[in-house]
Design a protein around this ligand. Structure first.
Ligand code: PAF
Length: 286
């Protein structure tokens, strides 16, 4: 496995690959590689000639007061995980390489970034789209892989790629969960054993809503209020949002209809946890 830190060297490598007509797959990460990232790498390994992963803790997507300084950076373990998944090349630049002094350009997707996490993490998605745009320009992937767990990020990146007419296929892979249902995230590491148990209430609430919708209960306000009750009953937490929205446009709804995303963000202890599931309620109305 190649480890490349400089943009120029990666660009040279990519030039060779493109000349040889290799299909380039790309998995961008902030490191702290877990089973969720591994599933993206496996998907990429299965369909691409060259699999490139990046490890870069992107400062611009952390808001003031968030965990940028404390974000885990187990580089040697991460490199071993990439190698075990058959990654060909890992790109791990430093912050000065990606944001040279005087950087003044931001890539911003409007609308889709207003609600959900965008409302609670101002500037976060501008940071994500700016770094992903830079990485796409360097790596020039044919296919890039993202997780459904970050459903809003996935929708925003799809829109950016469509709007900027990049010839990149975006593949969204299913959320990977622990056997008890907790969505795998690097932020689970901040949970105490008790908080870890409490956090199961998030997936349980999502599944509760799914069952209610399938049973024909379609009033969003009732469903989200019941989800809130269940999560609050599990222990001390602060709920940023619980929403049922259109899965493509991320627009809030009063009545569940068509393909919906049930999404939530809840702070438990030092962790801000997000999770979501999609449900197809067909075209019926309550
Ligand atoms: O999902 C992530 O880990 C990050 O937001 C990404 C896409 C690697 C950009 O820094």
């Amino acid at each position: 496995m190649l480890k490349i830190e400089s943009i120029t060297k990666l660009q040279q490598h990519v030039r060779h690959l493109r000349r040889a007509s290799k299909v380039i797959g790309f998995v961008p990460t902030m490191g702290a590689i877990h089973e969720g990232h591994c599933s993206l790498m496996r998907a990429g390994r299965a369909e691409c000639d060259e699999l490139i992963a990046s490890i870069f803790v992107n400062p611009t997507q952390f808001c003031p007061g968030e965990d940028y300084a404390k974000y885990p950076r187990p580089l040697e373990r991460d490199l071993a995980a990439c190698e075990a998944e058959g990654v060909d090349t890992v790109f791990c630049p430093d912050a000065d390489e990606m944001y040279p002094a005087g950087s003044a350009t931001t890539v911003s997707v409007s609308g889709l970034t207003d609600g959900l996490c965008g409302a609670y993490r101002p500037g976060h998605f501008d940071g994500v789209t700016t770094i992903v745009a830079k990485l796409f320009n360097i790596v020039q992937p044919d296919i890039a892989y993202f997780g459904q767990k970050d459903a809003q990020q996935a929708a925003v990146i799809r829109r950016m790629v469509r709007d900027l007419i990049w010839p990149i296929k975006i593949v969204i892979c299913p959320t990977i969960r622990e056997p008890d249902g907790l969505a795998i995230s690097s932020r689970n590491a901040y949970l105490t054993p008790e908080q870890r148990k409490q956090a199961l209430s998030l997936y349980a609430a999502l599944e509760y809503a799914r069952r209610q919708i399938q049973a024909g209960r379609l009033k969003v306000a009732d469903l989200t209020a019941e989800m809130r009750q269940r999560i609050e009953a599990a222990g001390p937490c602060s709920i940023d949002y619980i929403e049922i929205i259109d899965a493509h446009e991320l627009i809030p709804k009063n009545t569940v209809q068509g393909r919906c995303l049930i999404a939530l963000a809840v702070r438990i202890g030092k962790s801000r946890l997000i999770d979501n599931i999609e449900v197809d309620a067909g075209t019926s109305k309550s």
